[in-house]
Design a protein around this ligand. Sequence first.
Ligand code: FAD
Length: 658
Amino acid sequence: AQLDTLDLVVLAVLLLGTIAYFTKGTYWAVAKDPYGDSLAHTNGAAKKGKSRNIIEKLGRAGKTAWFSMAHRPTMVADLEDYDYENLDTFPSDKVAFFVLATYGEGEPTDNAVDFYEFIHAEEPSFSGEGDGEKPLSNFKFVAFGLGNNTYEHYNSMVRNVNKAFEALGATRIGAAGEGDDGAGTMEEDFLAWKEPMWAALAESMGLEEREAVYEPVFDVVERPDMDPEEDQVYLGEPNKNHLEGTSKGPYNANNPYIAPIAESREIFTAKDRNCLHMEIDLSGSNLSYTTGDHVAVWPTNAGKEVDRFLNITGLAPKRHTVISVKGLDPTAKVPFPSPTTYDAAVRYHMEICAPVSRQFVSTIAQFAPNDEIKAEMTKIGNDKEYFHETVIERSLNIAQLLEIMSNGEPWSKVPFSLFIEGIHKIQPRYYSISSSSLVQKDKVSVTAVVESTHKPNAPHIVKGVTTNYLLALKQKQHGDPDPDPHGLNYALDGPRNKYDGIHVPVHPIIMVGPGTGVAPFRGFVQERAAQARAGEKVGKTVLFFGCRRRTEDFLYEKDWEQWKQDLGDSFELHTAFSREGPNKVYVQHKLQENAKEINELLQQKAYFYVCGDASNMAREVNSLLAKIIAEQRGLPESKGEDIVKAMRAANQYQEDVW
Ligand code: FAD
């Protein structure tokens, strides 16, 4: 999430629906601390046995809306950690902030379901102690939504919650903001919404603005008395069991499984691009999957980028110094286990290669090595266009930006706490499983294109973190003792050599209904071919596959041929090669050519799956299908659109797009 809470710390209460989300929004994840259960001081959310009474918690933590009085007058909370019955007694001198993501077909994220149902009940059962006419007459709130305009129910969570609150008598301060990940403007939408909201808040609460002085959220203490090799120091292990070498299931986002890679190979024939097929072994983990599921892979940052970061921040000489990190306030969660080292925190836990947020540039400016650099950084932070030109267009990550700004002079004045606050916690990447659980129950395969993108004005090529890490693993598996794709130099052995023998940390995720692209489709077809070989009757499968050239990136060509032999007429493959002929041919063209058959199959209740690029392909396929249905059935186009909508609602049309 591009939301920087730094600016919100002068406010009263943050009730976060969710702040983490995945690009393009197909899969809106719940922001849970992956280390939630393993940390010594996870004092943020109310855990089992802790109070679910937010009013009580607010009082205890001494939180107040008056920022002149308190050190950090905010509290961040996960909606699912608290009860809602007493919101009618929410103090009128406090403000609740809601940051709400919309998931799938306009639904709340998992952690917001109870809350959403509660406030939408016919008569929400408030404790009844409030003294207003309507239950929430004293309740003040601010709301911002995280959505994606390529979806029909754009930002419906924030819209609906806003409506429900107003109906219950609550007072909203400022406009209900809407961030659009579809247009890639999430941070800018947030910044544009924030200014007027801020003014409204100041007016409503009688607040006075004053220059924000940086107050660290975390206390980072160096421990020269400790040796990094001591047993209790985390060198990248995600939790205590991993640290102690007693890792055990259940495996989930808090507890990844360090899975052996059974097999890996390159499946593009083009020399300048890579696509990896990897078989990840789950046997012994007790993990199971269903054809069409996803697997999450936890990356490690490239050594080159870790070095860059530690050099420019002046931390390189003490990279292996042990540090203890704790929240300075009971609601601040440390995003990695401690004690650890600077090296391990940066390498395994911080998303240092991601694009930089404009707010972070503004905040870090005050710690520039000299006033000239400070002035330039402040300018970049304040000017949307200039920021775009100097940072975004050049694809700079934070360390690259700092390097360029100071000409390599270390930024040693920046408190490490600020980096922990301003850089996101590293996120796992999701891959559609491209194997069938029927055929290989203990091994999932993934099909991953190695990310390598170059913007015209960028001084360098951006190398995807996870996919280049996987590429290095593949190279190691194929005999290179010290793979170094593009000089990136990954620590493949993992913390304390725990990944040695070619392992990757993974955890499973399951989407509603079968997931779907050529990755999941490979699994579907593989499964159906196995069923056919076993003499079972299988339904018709029609696959539309597109790529650049048959000779370069036609994935799994041999597999399709094999499965065609197993499936006979039950399997049809239509290929679209965009760069072979004079005209570009895409899957959309092939769909149009086969309109009649598609319509007939849909009338027989065929399922329609779309997988791959969300921004163009998926949207075009959606409208094309509506057109095909309308044409074939002699209906107006709007009716075709309604039919596709109904198919979506009935899960007959499913997307797995990113
Ligand atoms: P990242 O490092 O995360 O980079 C991602 C993008 O951001 C790149 O395009 C990169 O150029 C850009 N970027 C990074 N840093 C900067 C910067 N500083 N400035 C500007 N731009 C920057 N992928 C597959 O290949 N196969 C699949 O089957 C598949 N299934 C998926 C299923 C789901 C549900 C989802 C959500 C995603 C799926 N993906 C799949 C995408 C996958 O999860 C990853 O996003 C992808 O592999 C890139 O990961 P990465 O870590 O290598 O790249």
